[in-house]
Design a protein around this ligand. Structure first.
Ligand SMILES: Nc1ccn([C@@H]2O[C@H](COP(=O)(O)O)[C@@H](O)[C@H]2O)c(=O)n1
Ligand SMILES: C[C@@]1(CO)OP(=O)(O)OP(=O)(O)OC[C@H]1O
Length: 186
């Protein structure tokens, strides 16, 4: 570059946006048991959670974090309990639909990270399976971790499961061509 001369081209700045989502579901009452859906997986033999949908707090927190990152409301805005079509809906379906809405709004998804709090089920052995299912639904990497709350609070008493998620999205703007890139001919 000639000394003192400013560059002639600039790059489009792509500013990522972060979002957060929290979801909590109580265990279904003993006289109306439900299957457990958690992290996009069915957990055979585990007590299930109550909800209008399948009650998967991991998938719901992930979807909420996506909406939060884009500034387009929350789970209730898009999948309210007043919508009969979402009664019993799988968390994986809701996450896939959230990702579709986000992309239709002009964003691409960087990643989603979720952590849930529960005494059980023991998540580690199925982490990769869960991450595969949720990443496939979102079309972007979803990581999932688990912790107990050391027997404290409602999760510690086994009354429900909570999950918190963060998401990173960025505007799906085509990048400006590099000034040094060869020009297409013809
Ligand atoms: N439902 C759960 C909860 C925890 N884990 C794993 O155990 C580790 C230790 O948890 P603490 O709450 O005792 O710190 C945690 O880091 C997870 O790896 C799990 O698999 N399933
Ligand atoms: C997912 C929806 C809709 O079926 O219902 P729930 O399964 O009750 O889940 P919640 O996270 O409490 O709220 C969001 C609702 O829009």
């Amino acid at each position: 570059m000639t000394a003192g001369k400013a560059p002639t081209a600039t790059f489009a700045s792509v500013i990522p946006r972060t979002g957060i989502g929290i979801d909590v579901h109580a265990y279904a009452p003993r006289d109306a048991p439900q299957p457990l859906w958690l992290g996009g997986l069915f957990w055979d033999g585990e007590p299930g959670l109550a909800g209008h949908s399948d009650g998967d707090p991991v998938a719901h927190a992930a979807a909420d974090a996506l909406f939060s990152a884009c500034g387009i409301g929350d789970l209730g805005t898009h999948f309210g309990t007043d919508r009969p079509e979402y009664a019993g809906a799988s968390g994986v379906t809701l996450l896939a639909e959230a990702a579709r809405i986000v992309r239709a709004g002009g964003f691409e998804i960087g990643n989603i990270a979720v952590q849930f709090v529960a005494n059980r089920p023991k998540f580690g052995p199925r982490r990769e399976e869960s991450q595969r299912v949720l990443s496939s639904a979102a079309g972007a990497p979803v990581s999932v971790s688990a912790t107990t709350s050391d027997r404290l609070g409602f999760t510690g008493r086994g009354e429900g499961i909570s999950a918190v998620a963060t998401a990173l999205v960025y505007p799906a703007v085509p990048a400006a061509p590099h000034p040094a890139a060869p020009q297409a001919s013809g």
